[in-house]
Design a protein. Sequence first.
Length: 232
Amino acid sequence: MQPLIEHKWDLSIPEAINLQKELALKVQVSPLDINSLRYIGGIDCAPSTDMSKYFAAAVIWDIHTRELVEYHIADAPLTFPYVPGLLSFREIPAVIEVMKKINKKPDIFIVDGHGIAHPRGIGIAAHIGVIFDVPTFGCGKSLLYGNYQDPAHERGSTSPLMAKGKVIGNVIRTRSNVRPVFVSVGHKVDLKTATELTISCSGRFRLPEPTHLADKLVAQKENKSVIINKLL
DNA sequence: GCGACAG
DNA sequence: ATCTTGTCGC
């Protein structure tokens, strides 16, 4: 897979913010039938120990068999600082590299991070969706933007994530009595479908299976040879 | 001006 | 993201 929209990544912070405002205009929130989704992509990233580069892991998980069908890892130089709201500029260069290795294009991608639940409406999940023009949504482990009431403690409970009087995502309890995850649309999908998919991909862990697997895979970054056994 | 602040 | 032990609970 290759990005359809290409732009510079070595930008100053003000330039990056302006680019986000432009790209935010291209974000599409549209209905997507959950029954048409079988191959679910999962993406997660992590910096190298020496902080000189960033690794990105991509997995493809079959929601029918509930098994991993493909996985890859890649890296790219780390050039951008961590600034809340500008995570895309640190991680997407590595994501572009793993995407190049994907053989079977997934029906949708779940990205570790936020979608439109972002100060300018374009978190990393939305940014990836826009430049690759594929369905994506974000599943973050903590809050970046918005307000919410804690959802009930039972698995499957949800509570709307709000900002400026609008619903920008859902806070979802994927496991009973465990901290919830923050789901927001990225591109070419609707919140209801993203929410239902998150719940149907979860159960064993706090994170939905695709993201959980990508998380475990990227954690093996520096030793990428002994991973196969431990992952399957 | 004072907090908040994905990974 | 990462530095970190034991411990509580399903």
